[in-house]
Design a protein around this ligand. Sequence first.
Ligand code: HEC
Length: 84
Amino acid sequence: MTKPVRPGDEVYAAKCTSCHDLGMSGAPTLKNKAAWTARIAQDRELIYRHAIKGYGSMPTRGTCSTCSDEEIKAAVDYMISRVQ
Ligand code: HEC
């Protein structure tokens, strides 16, 4: 049986908030729209790749080693929908 895919909000709440809510490691928070405008303008596949492979101070899979690619993508979609 395949593992069920966790929804993006759940993955985000469990793994991404320390940096993307609180701004640890200089991460862009969801309340900092200016920090996201240029990122969101990128191709969505590139954003996914950055989140899955890591880049700069963004760790591989945002430290969620048990997350599947689908789960990371869902978390990214959730984050982008919540940027304000
Ligand atoms: C240890 C801190 C940390 C954690 C945990 C973390 N991030 Fe990040 N994230 C960063 C930093 C720092 C950047 C900015 C990197 C840069 O621009 O050099 C970033 C950037 C991003 C970006 C922007 C990518 C782009 O193309 O500009 C996305 C999307 C992202 N993170 C998703 C996630 C997701 C999803 C999770 C949870 C699964 C997560 N992050 C967890 C630190 C973190």
